[in-house]
Design a protein around this ligand. Structure first.
Ligand SMILES: Cc1cc2nc3c(=O)[nH]c(=O)nc-3n(C[C@H](O)[C@H](O)[C@H](O)COP(=O)(O)OP(=O)(O)OC[C@H]3O[C@@H](n4cnc5c(N)ncnc54)[C@H](O)[C@@H]3O)c2cc1C
Length: 478
């Protein structure tokens, strides 16, 4: 937007201290400030931007006072959750203030009549899940970073994950938000109801806005009945096209809606298992090219068994080579460890690996074409492209292996070129450049190129309406 921003002077630090207390300020401690200037993208690319000051408010009133101060001096403010984001959206590239929600971590209420929980934005997602389980209820938002990311971060990135196929992404689970605007004003949006036709929906606009429109301080989440029985399967396939057919038949013909349908190619699954020293079935079969990890749910053991039988049959009738059902909690934990922590596995190849933080999504019917295009892309750039996917959503995660001829210092830029081309392919196939990781720094250029001038103008209008001086997370999204 080209504004000139104010800087954080010692006087401003004194004022911040009077708002949050000295213990909740980090100033002039370079090492600590750097920790607040990075997210997961930094670990992959090395991009870090040290804020001038980091503050850790303990209440909405304190957030409001910080924003009033920042807006009166036009100081940039970047909200920060757990810093697990993969797109660099929590990196404060305009420096200024990092506003960490880490101390606003209370689960305020679980209401079993309205079936909602009210939580502060800094609650770790898994803590919320565990708490509501005590009441026989379930919070169905489930990014794979659930053990570390915050619910406010999930809202700000509209996080997805393995269970989107059954339950939807974070947006589907949010009923209300308390937010603080750039000028410090506090808004209550939505509430304890599940539908409304009540004008423009500001809450929906803020979900997924990566801290560029408002600071989320409190969240009302939808809860659904918990319980029932779960079964995890590993299903090997001879090729990726057969996988798609089997998934489609299972859902449409079988009327089975699995909790999760995760794809791992042979390289990813076998290397991840090796890295974790976990023995999984079918890893030594030569005729296997790809695996599905399927999680099924039934309200009772009998229902689950019936669903399993049908799902297994449909997989086998549609090209699966075998079906393995986890027999113990240990089996299930092993399967999910291999899936969730697949990143380090490929390092066993002894080459540099770019664990691509950018995801792409295509319509489900285009998944085979996307797979073929990825193979061609790998050949073009002489890189092995390993694929893990939330396949029923058409959502791809990839890793690239450095070719010997690319010098190490050029590798990240090289990998980014591969990623950009992959995004262009996804766009051409009718998808978008991110199903869940967001735009942040990583995808801003390609995002803007993919949108029409009128869409961008409307988005600028929205940004201006929420944040006229552009102080909230400058440089991200638009
Ligand atoms: C191992 C691993 C697995 C992952 N798996 C998934 C996955 O399955 N699905 C998925 O979607 N993502 C996944 N991610 C990415 C990441 O965990 C999510 O994007 C998550 O929602 C980020 O939450 P956070 O609290 O860490 O936010 P941060 O990284 O701190 O911030 C992310 C963005 O949200 C903004 N923000 C944070 N809190 C607030 C707030 N209270 N108000 C306003 N803006 C705010 C920040 O400014 C920033 O723009 C994964 C990451 C890792 C490291």
């Amino acid at each position: 937007m080209g504004q000139l921003y104010g800087t954080v002077t010692p006087e401003i630090v004194e004022k911040l201290k009077s708002i949050v207390g000295e213990k909740n300020i980090i100033f002039e401690d370079k090492a600590k400030l750097q920790e607040y200037g990075m997210d997961t993208l930094s670990l992959i690319t090395g991009i870090v931007a040290e804020p001038e000051v980091a503050v850790k408010p303990e209440s909405t009133a304190q957030v409001s006072a910080i924003m009033k101060l920042a807006s009166s001096h036009k100081i940039p403010v970047t909200a920060r959750g757990a810093g697990t984001g993969l797109a660099g959206s929590a990196i404060p590239t305009s420096r200024g203030i990092v506003l960490s929600l880490e101390k606003m971590n209370k689960i305020l209420e679980v209401d079993t009549v309205d079936r909602v929980a009210v939580v502060e934005a800094g609650v770790i997602t898994k803590d919320l899940c565990r708490k509501v389980e005590e009441y026989g209820l379930m919070y169905a938002g489930y990014p794979m970073s659930t053990e570390s990311s915050f619910i406010g971060g999930n809202v700000a990135t509209n996080a997805g994950g393995a269970k989107v196929i059954k339950y939807g992404n974070t947006r589907k689970h949010i009923l209300g938000l308390e937010v603080v605007l750039a000028n410090g004003e506090i808004l209550q949006l939505g509430g304890r109801y599940r539908k409304s036709t009540w004008g423009y929906d500001l809450m929906e606009t803020i979900i997924g806005s990566e801290g560029t429109l408002a600071i989320v301080t409190r969240v009302i989440v939808n809860l659904i009945p918990g319980g029932g029985k779960i079964l995890d399967l590993i299903v090997p396939f001879p090729d990726t096209e057969t996988v798609v057919q089997a998934v489609s038949k299972m859902i449409v013909e079988g009327n089975i809606f699995p909790v999760a349908v995760e794809f791992m190619d042979k390289l990813c699954l076998t290397m991840s298992a090796k890295h974790h020293e976990i023995t999984l079935p079918f890893t030594d079969r030569e005729d296997v090219e790809a695996y599905l990890i399927i999680q099924l749910h039934g309200n009772t053991q009998e229902e689950l068994e019936a669903i399993y039988e049908k799902a297994g049959e449909l997989c086998l009738e549609n090209g699966a080579l075998d079906v393995f059902a986890a027999e113990s909690r240990r089996d299930s934990e092993n399967i999910w460890k291999v899936r969730e922590e697949y990143g380090p596995g490929l390092r066993l190849l002894g080459k540099q690996v770019y664990n691509n933080p950018g995801d792409v999504i295509v319509p489900f019917a285009k998944v085979p074409e996307m797979m073929r295009e990825l193979r061609k892309l790998g050949e073009k750039y002489n890189t092995t492209i390993a694929v893990v996917a939330h396949i029923a959503d058409g959502n791809f995660h990839t890793l690239y292996v450095k070719p010997d001829e690319v010098p190490p210092e050029q590798w990240i830029d090289y990998a980014k070129k591969v990623y950009e081309e992959m995004t262009e392919i996804a766009l051409r196939l009718g998808g978008v450049g991110s199903g869940e990781h967001g735009i942040g720094l990583l995808k801003k250029d390609i995002f803007l190129k993919s949108k029409s001038p009128i869409e961008i103008e409307i988005m600028h209008g929205i940004k201006k309406a929420f944040d006229p001086d552009g102080i909230l997370n400058p440089g991200k999204i638009i």
